[in-house]
Design a binder for this molecule. Structure first.
Ligand SMILES: [Fe+2]
Ligand SMILES: [Fe+2]
Length: 192
């Protein structure tokens, strides 16, 4: 069942990124100049993390096993899979809004702010639903052999920002975020 703690810890890390986005938006709202490169870094990380690391764990391993052992969860699994697609649509909207804001200036900020807020709220609710409904049920119905398979698949797939391999393209982004953001996520505080 190591997979459960991996999913939870990835949700926690995702939560830290969503929180950072909200904080950066608040800063601009209160008059600070935007740092577009931080937004680009965060969006690149989010895209990579969800598309290559997090969603495959759920779509290809956890959800199918849950469906196999608890067929009554079909509509839940379908809804959550659909939310992965909706999240991507919201993500692309946010990316376009960033581009417009960077190109056209302050008049585009309200649209960018709203698109970020919609995205962060959506992803938070999605992760909470997975924890409350999928992880709880999976813990009840999956067999030890299911967990062995899922755990093995999860072990081969590590978060590029918060994982142990710190010397990568995202480590500079993480340093910049920690140095820039206020508590509780900023300098001196625990991100994990
Ligand atoms: Fe998900
Ligand atoms: Fe998730």
């Amino acid at each position: 069942m190591r997979a459960i703690s991996i999913i939870k810890s990835e949700h926690k890390n995702l939560g830290a990124i969503l929180y950072s986005l909200d904080k950066l938006i608040e800063e601009i709202d209160s008059g600070k100049q935007p740092d577009f490169s931080i937004f680009h870094g965060l969006f690149t990380y989010l895209d990579r993390f969800l598309d290559r690391y997090h969603h495959p764990k759920e779509n290809h391993h956890l959800f199918p096993k849950l469906l196999l052992r608890a067929p009554e969860t079909e509509s839940l699994v379908r809804e959550l899979g659909q939310q992965h697609i909706e999240g991507e649509i919201l993500f692309v909207g946010m990316l376009k809004a960033l581009s417009a804001y960077e190109f056209s200036g302050a008049q585009e900020f309200p649209h960018f702010r709203d698109s970020v807020t919609s995205y962060t709220e959506f992803e938070r609710k999605h992760a909470q639903k997975e924890e409350d409904e999928v992880l709880t049920r999976a813990r009840e119905v999956l067999e030890p052999s299911d967990w062995d398979e899922i755990d093995a698949a999860f072990d081969a797939n590590e978060d590029p920002l918060f994982g142990d391999k710190w010397n990568n393209e995202f480590s500079d982004l993480l340093d910049r975020l920690i140095n820039r953001l206020p508590a509780p996520l900023g300098l001196g505080d625990d991100w994990k």
